[in-house]
Design a protein around this ligand. Structure first.
Ligand code: SRM
Ligand code: SF4
Length: 560
């Protein structure tokens, strides 16, 4: 966590400019500490290769610095030209990979400082931006990406775009610093964010009826449409979800959102603004660990918070209606779109689009998009849909995937398709343990055990993060592996993908090689004692804490 006081920095930054532009003109590979903080508002993170950190230190050399660029792509939709442009940038200016994030956008890693301007300009030429993809603002607004949801789905996507542009900072700083825009002499405070922006990041998701692919209960604001006769008649508004926590600091915790009530479809942006400004004015600006909206609602209580929002929006919420707790749909495989064309959902392991040994997903996608008219949609589960494919082109798409060694969804096990991991090492400066690089092998072992126990058809989500910040949303997974230290994880069990409850801490400091062996007693008990149709999370709750703790005790043969 930064030692810099962020509010004074934001206030004195001349609306997010600071000295970034001046530093870019001087030679060097990094930025000053204040600029590093402001850069986040521009979607840019200074990082270093942690794999080489220790060795370089021994040799007395500086760290291997580079930058991560995160795009802002509300609802995750890209044209083929946009995707190909960013793919080209990944090859020319980044590490040759693209990373689909859990917020439905793309990241480039490994961009050197001298290439930042060129990369952001190229994104801009293709109508893409990194502005406000990070920082204390409303982040990328996520929304179910399917191409078969009828007019309701299109309305939801348009709402995501509307909310995203409504909360895009108004400062011309990005334009000036990166895109060669003429300097603006004097710019007033942002009409929504003021001079000090928000106390912390702020996340919004829009759920499609019956499909929780956005993990709506984990967001600062969740928006769920109420649909009657294929028309959206209202929105249910949820608030105060959030996942980040710190090990051994019980005052920090993951939290599921509360229900505020219903609003009319034409008032929803006003309501979101009332929530955002309540957090702006009342959120904790002293302690960043306690600054998210979830703590404000937890500390002041839902009735107080609802009153604040109602005063600002000028109307009261309608009573919450019955709300279905929807499952997560992954949208994999071929689906016919509303317009008769096809979309193909591809499972992308941990969201990493790369060319690796036998599987050359990055090349496959490039070839497909060059040869076949299609578009791209990213999912909040780190996957990708190729959309708008004509019937006649389906064979070409399939054969290009096969020749590049890309597995179709039917060849990927259910548990692997559902799993997610954050990037962690070597790029994330906060990682305590591996995630993206460790999870595939853990899943191979888990797949074997699930098969042995006849559980391979189960809906089972496994999510791994390199630290407790929760970037792959591990606290709502059936099984969450949360990095504690190098090669050690906390195991959490019994979370619900439907957002009804978080998982509970179960085992701690488990080495990577024991993650699956320690789970086996629980899985065996589940296979033997579950009731018909019972899911792992419900089974865990039925069993209760004492029995679960007993299942977590090392077996005699495992005690060293
Ligand atoms: Fe995250 C910080 C990656 C989604 C909670 N997150 C980071 C940083 C930027 C590390 C840093 O601050 O130096 C990571 C960059 C690593 C890298 O090398 O790329 C990082 N977060 C990610 C991504 C790429 C993970 C992924 O597997 O896709 C996701 C990018 C989303 C996006 O496109 O905007 C990502 N991060 C999340 C989520 C999930 C979500 O938003 O639905 C969470 C939990 C939900 C929440 O916010 O409560 C999340 N990230 C955090 C936190 C803890 C925040 C907190 O309230 O405590 C941090 C650390 C911080 O903010 O201080 C963090
Ligand atoms: Fe980094 Fe932790 Fe987020 Fe993983 S969960 S990307 S290790 S901050």
């Amino acid at each position: 966590m930064s030692k810099i006081q962020l509010d004074p920095l934001k206030r004195e930054s001349r609306q997010l400019r600071g000295t970034i532009g001046r530093e870019l003109e001087a030679p060097g590979r990094t930025f000053s500490d204040p600029s590093k903080q402001l850069l986040k508002f521009h979607g840019v993170y200074q990082q270093d290769d942690r794999d080489t950190r220790a060795e370089r230190k021994r040799e007395g050399s500086d760290r291997d610095w580079s930058f991560m660029i995160r795009c802002r792509i509300p609802g995750g939709r890209l044209s083929s030209a946009q995707y190909l442009a960013i793919d080209d940038l990944a090859g020319r200016h980044a590490d040759g990979t693209l990373r689909i994030t859990t917020r439905q956008t793309l990241q480039l890693h490994g961009v050197i400082r001298d290439d930042l301007r060129g990369t952001l300009r190229e994104l801009d030429r293709n109508l893409m931006t990194a502005y406000a993809a990070c920082g204390d603002v409303v982040r990328n607004v996520i929304c179910c990406p399917v191409a078969h949801g009828g007019p309701v789905q299109e309305q939801l996507h348009r709402l995501a775009e509307r909310i995203s542009s409504h909360f895009l900072p108004r400062s011309a700083a990005y334009h000036e610093i990166w895109l060669g825009g003429k300097p603006v002499e004097r710019e007033g405070p942002d009409p929504i964010y003021g001079e000090t922006y928000l106390p912390r990041k702020f996340k919004i998701a829009i759920q499609r009826p019956g499909d929780n692919c956005v993990d709506v209960w984990t967001q600062d604001v969740g928006i769920v449409p109420v649909v009657e006769n294929e028309r959206i008649v209202a929105y249910e508004i949820l608030a105060g979800g959030g996942l980040g926590m710190t090990h051994n600091k019980p005052e920090t915790f993951p939290r599921l959102a509360d229900r505020l009530g219903q609003v009319a479809p034409d008032r929803v942006v006003e309501t979101v603004q009332a929530i955002v400004t309540t957090q702006r004015d009342h959120g904790d600006r002293e302690n960043r660990r306690h600054a998210r909206l979830k703590y404000l609602i937890h500390d002041r209580g839902l009735p107080w918070f609802r009153r604040q929002v109602e005063q600002r929006q000028g109307f009261v919420f309608g009573e919450p209606g019955p709300l279905e707790r929807a499952e997560i749909e992954l949208h994999l495989g071929w689906t016919r779109q509303d317009d008769g064309r096809w979309s193909l959902g591809l499972s992308v392991e941990n969201g990493r689009i790369a060319d690796r040994e036998a599987t050359r997903l990055r090349s496959a996608l490039r070839q497909i998009l060059r040869r076949v008219p299609a578009a791209v949609r990213l999912t909040p589960q780190q996957d990708l849909l190729l959309t708008d494919i004509d019937e006649a082109d389906r064979d070409v798409v399939e054969s290009l995937l096969v020749t590049h060694g890309v597995r179709t969804s039917s060849e990927t096990s259910r548990v692997r398709a559902m799993a997610m991991a954050c990037p962690a090492l070597p790029t994330c400066g906060l990682a305590l343990a591996e995630a993206e690089r460790a999870l595939p092998a853990v899943l191979t072992e888990l797949e074997r055990e699930l098969k042995r126990l006849g559980l391979d058809g189960e809906v089972l989500s496994v999510r791994m993060t390199g630290c407790p910040n929760g970037c792959a949303r591990p606290y709502v997974a059936d099984i969450g592996f949360v990095g504690r230290s190098l090669d050690r994880y906390a195991i959490r069990i019994g979370g619900s993908a439907r957002g009804t409850h978080l998982n509970r801490p179960w085992l701690d400091l488990v080495p990577t090689r024991e993650l699956v062996t320690r789970l086996v007693p629980l899985l065996e008990a589940f296979a033997a004692r579950r009731q018909a149709g019972e899911r792992l999370d419900d089974f865990c709750r039925r069993l209760g804490d004492t029995a679960l703790d007993r299942l977590g005790e090392p077996r005699l043969e495992e005690v060293p």
